[in-house]
Design a protein around this ligand. Sequence first.
Ligand code: PRP
Ligand code: ADE
Length: 170
Amino acid sequence: MDLKKFIRDIPDFPEKGIIFRDITPLLKDKNAFQYAINEMTTALKSIDFDVIAAPEARGFIFGGALAYNLGKSFVPIRKPGKLPYKTLSEKYQLEYGTAELEIHEDAINEGEKVLIFDDVLATGGTAKTLKSLIEKTGGIVAGMAFLIELTYLNPRKLLKDEKVISLITY
Ligand SMILES: O=P(O)(O)OC[C@H]1O[C@H](OP(=O)(O)OP(=O)(O)O)[C@H](O)[C@@H]1O
Ligand SMILES: Nc1ncnc2[nH]cnc12
């Protein structure tokens, strides 16, 4: 199945000059959604890890399904003020502005192998921040996987030495 057919390009969203890759048509089509989850599930079998960590909001949609499929636990990384226990937090830049993410300080056990999942790898700013937060908790990043990679933004420049998987590239 050509998954790109289910990604809609929205020019100038949320700012002028950005081509937003909208995943909602893929989510709307049950066969495409299931195919994407199954393809990613297969791809992730090549990585040895214990836990999937994913950021709010779009990362949760796929991260939870993948963790269930692979029999792994799931760690939510959230926008500020949403997690109820003690948190570690980092501010960062993404393709369209600045943002901040938080993780519970006890979310990951010392030495646990973590797979980062997100829907889009754009500049790599979010992924780099996720890695840093996970390492602060004592976790080890075993790999990173994305539904979509925007190669024209050179995200892998920020992710040297990481194992990176993506299903759809632009
Ligand atoms: O590689 P980067 O340039 O950092 O961009 C990628 C991030 O941007 C989007 O998240 P956004 O913060 O827009 O959140 P959302 O999932 O809540 O829409 C996307 O879901 C990734 O997390
Ligand atoms: N161009 C883009 N489309 C969708 N999500 C994104 N996150 C960062 N850049 C994005």
